[in-house]
Design a protein around this ligand. Structure first.
Ligand code: SF4
Length: 393
C-alpha cells in the first residue's frame, strides 16, 4: 500500500511541520509548504490588499502556476480590482481564481447590499467565509499573509496552524515586522496598492475601511468604531482563538547574539573596558560606530587603536555591512567586530563568515527570533574561511 502522509491527523502534521521548519525563513517556509507531502494540495488566499504583493511575489518566484484564490466580496474598492489585475499580470501568475458569493445567496440575504450596516459578521459570512469555504474544499491547506505584529489575536501565530482539524493554515510571514514588509517591497520594486499612498495602510471592503491618521494603528481603519477585528475567514468554529499579549520588556535593552547564546549588550558609548576584550590595561579602548557605507580606506592606520567596531545594518537586505566587515578583517583589524540593527537569524552564519564576532539586536527582534532560531546557524564554523585561517575550525 502506498504511503499517504495525509492519513495522519492534521494536528500531528502541524506539529511535525512546525518542528521541521521552525528555523526557516519566510521564503523557505513557503517553498516547503508548496512541496511537503504532509501539507498536501495548497492554495494562496490573497486579498490583493496593502501588503499582499509580498507573498504573491514570493509565490511567483517559486511557482507561478500555484493556485491563488482572490475573494471578491463585490464590496471592494475599484482600485483593488485594478491592482489585482496589474499584480497578477506583472508577476505572471497563471492560476488566479476569483471567488464570490453565490448570486442567489446575495439576493436572499443582502439584496440591497446594506447588510454590512446591520451585521458585519453576517455580511462577512456571506461574502467571504462561505465562498472561501467552498473554494477550499478542494485543498488540504491554504497560505495566508497574517503576521504576529498585527494584533493580540495574532500574537502567537505559528508558521503552520491546525484549522479545526480539517485543514492546515500556513503563515510564512508570521514572524515578520512591519519594516520587513516594507523592505521586501522596496528591494523587489513591487507595485504598491494605490490606496496606501492615500492613507489606507490596511485595505478591505470599501464600506468597512477608512483612512488612518498618522500615528494610528495601521489596522485602525478596518471596521472602525466596531469591536470586530477579524473577518470570519480567520475564525475557527466561529471564534477567534485569542493568544496572550506579548510580554512587555521591563528594560528595553539590546541583546548580543554570539555562538554561545544571547547576552547583554555591553556597548559603552564610545569606549570599552580592557576586561571586556581581554586586552592589556594600557591598550587602546576606542569603540567606533560605522555606517554600512563607510569606506574602510578612511580607517587606514587607525585600526590598531580601535578595540570594537560596530557596523550599522539599516535593513536586513542591505549587504554592505558584510562587505565592510570582510574588508576590515583583510586590512588587519583584529578587535571585536559587531553587526548591529536589522540582522536576521538566517544571516548569522553569513555575518560570522564575513568576520563579525557578534550581532546586536533590539528587544523586539529578540522576541521575534528566539535563541533557537540563531542556534540553528551555529554550525557556521564548518565552512568558515576565517576560522580555518585562525586555526579554530
Ligand atoms: S468587510 Fe464589510 S462589506 Fe466586506 S464582507 Fe465584511 S462586512 Fe461585508
Amino acid at each position: 500500500m502506498p504511503h499517504d502522509p495525509m492519513i495522519h491527523p492534521v494536528a500531528d502534521r502541524v506539529a511535525g511541520l512546525n518542528a521541521r521548519y521552525r528555523n526557516h525563513a519566510a521564503q523557505a517556509v513557503l517553498e516547503r509548504a508548496l512541496t511537503d507531502p504532509h501539507v498536501g494540495r495548497i492554495a494562496l488566499v490573497s486579498s490583493f490588499g496593502a501588503e499582499s504583493v509580498v507573498l504573491l511575489h514570493m509565490l511567483s518566484v517559486i511557482d507561478r502556476s500555484a493556485p491563488v484564490l482572490f475573494i471578491d466580496t463585490q464590496m471592494l474598492f475599484p482600485e483593488t480590482l485594478s491592482y489585482q489585475a496589474e499584480v497578477a499580470t506583472a508577476l505572471g501568475l497563471t492560476d488566479v481564481r476569483t471567488i464570490r458569493a453565490r448570486p442567489e445567496a446575495v439576493a436572499a440575504r443582502d439584496p440591497e447590499g446594506l447588510l454590512h450596516q446591520a451585521d458585519t459578521d453576517a455580511c462577512c459570512d456571506l461574502r467571504k467565509t462561505e465562498p472561501l469555504e467552498r473554494a477550499l474544499a478542494d485543498f488540504d491547506a491554504w497560505i495566508t499573509g497574517r503576521k504576529r505584529f498585527q494584533g493580540a489575536t495574532r500574537a502567537t501565530l505559528d508558521f503552520f496552524e491546525n484549522e479545526g482539524d480539517r485543514r492546515i493554515k500556513v503563515n510564512p510571514l508570521a514572524h515578520w515586522a512591519p519594516q520587513d514588509v516594507q523592505d521586501y517591497m522596496i528591494n523587489n520594486r513591487l507595485p504598491r496598492h494605490p490606496l496606501v499612498a492615500r492613507g489606507y495602510p490596511s485595505i478591505g471592503c470599501a464600506p468597512c475601511t477608512s483612512r488612518v491618521a498618522p500615528g494610528e494603528d495601521p489596522r485602525a481603519g478596518r471596521w472602525r468604531d466596531a469591536e470586530k477585528e477579524e473577518c470570519g475567514i480567520h475564525f475557527i468554529n466561529g471564534k477567534v482563538v485569542r493568544g496572550p499579549l506579548p510580554k512587555e520588556e521591563e528594560q528595553p535593552m539590546n541583546m548580543l547574539v554570539t555562538d554561545q547564546g544571547f547576552g547583554k549588550d555591553d556597548w559603552t558609548n564610545g569606549f570599552v573596558s580592557a576586561e571586556q576584550i581581554g586586552a592589556p590595561a594600557d591598550a587602546p579602548m576606542l569603540a567606533v560606530d560605522l555606517p554600512s557605507d563607510t569606506d574602510p580606506a578612511s580607517l587606514a592606520g587607525l585600526l590598531q587603536g580601535i578595540a570594537l567596531i560596530r557596523v550599522e545594518f539599516p535593513s536586513f537586505a542591505d549587504g554592505r555591512g558584510f562587505t565592510l566587515a570582510r574588508r576590515l578583517r583583510l586590512m588587519g583589524f583584529n578587535g571585536r567586530l559587531r553587526a548591529r540593527g536589522h540582522v536576521l537569524a538566517d544571516q548569522y552564519a553569513m555575518a560570522r563568515r564575513a568576520g563579525f564576532d557578534e550581532v546586536e539586536i533590539s528587544p523586539e527582534l529578540t522576541a521575534r527570533q528566539p535563541w533557537e532560531q540563531w542556534q540553528a546557524r551555529a554550525g557556521w564554523q564548518s565552512h568558515d574561511y576565517q576560522s580555518r585561517l585562525r586555526g579554530t575550525a
